[in-house]
Design a protein around this ligand. Structure first.
Ligand code: IPE
Ligand code: MG
Length: 224
């Protein structure tokens, strides 16, 4: 979800106004995903690199997250959305962590849309953490390292309960992965859109899904 700052700047508004509009776009995008039959939606809300932003902006972003949880969890539950978090949640304050956990448990019965928020998330550090956990499991004898394959390794990632993404959408015209789901996106179709995140709506999602459906996915196999 990229482009909040530029959206605000174009209107002569402070960056936080862009983040607020971005939070509204999140709500819109979730509704659109449900309407359009998407079952898994993962939003990159805050990267491990975003901690390097000025303290004021980090505070505004965590404040917005808290507000979002307080205002949306009831609706998420009602709409059958199951909420999960991936990322290094230890870096958030204990009370925010508790709110994230509460949101996860309140929505645990949801079956219409699996919504995952990537928070303080970085793909490389996730892979390192998985390697560490795997090494520990090998050391304790819980796994035999010689049996390990790709599927076995993926079970140590924070996304163990999730399917790999089919489609990755990046907004705001940037053409990078920026350390997002590096392992999991090995075969994802990448769609880059020029729209700034706060302007993202149901039509943009539909356009990305239409583009996805035109792609031919071969997973390295030959064209027949
Ligand atoms: C995305 O918008 C929101 C977060 C990364 C939290 P940006 O804040 O990156 O907006 P730009 O890239 O400056 O426009
Ligand atoms: Mg950006």
């Amino acid at each position: 979800m990229d482009g909040n700052g530029r959206w605000a700047k174009a209107r002569g508004m402070p960056r936080v106004a862009g983040h607020r509009a971005g939070a509204k776009a999140v709500r819109r995008c979730i509704e659109a995903a449900i309407d359009q039959g998407v079952e898994w939606l993962t939003l990159f809300a805050f990267s491990s690199e975003n901690w390097r932003r000025p303290e004021g902006e980090v505070m505004e972003l965590t404040g917005l997250l808290r507000q979002y949880l307080r205002s949306e969890v009831a609706d998420l539950t009602k709409n059958g959305v199951r909420f999960r978090v991936i990322g290094d949640r230890e870096r958030f304050s204990p009370d925010l962590r508790a709110e994230l956990e509460a949101a996860e448990s309140k929505t645990a019965a949801g079956t219409r849309l699996n919504l995952t928020l990537a928070l303080s998330y970085g793909g490389r550090s996730e892979i390192v953490a998985a390697a560490r956990a795997m090494a520990e499991a090998a050391q304790s004898g819980a796994i035999d390292i010689r049996d390990l394959d790709e599927e076995g390794f993926a079970r140590f990632l924070s996304t163990a309960a999730m399917p790999d993404p089919d489609l990755l959408i990046r907004t705001s015209g940037e053409r990078r992965l920026s350390n997002f789901l590096l392992w999991q996106c090995a075969y994802a179709e990448l769609v880059f859109m020029d729209v700034l995140w706060p302007d993202f709506d149901a039509a943009h999602l539909a356009a990305a899904l239409a583009e996805f459906s035109r792609r031919e996915r071969r997973y390295g196999a030959r064209v027949t």
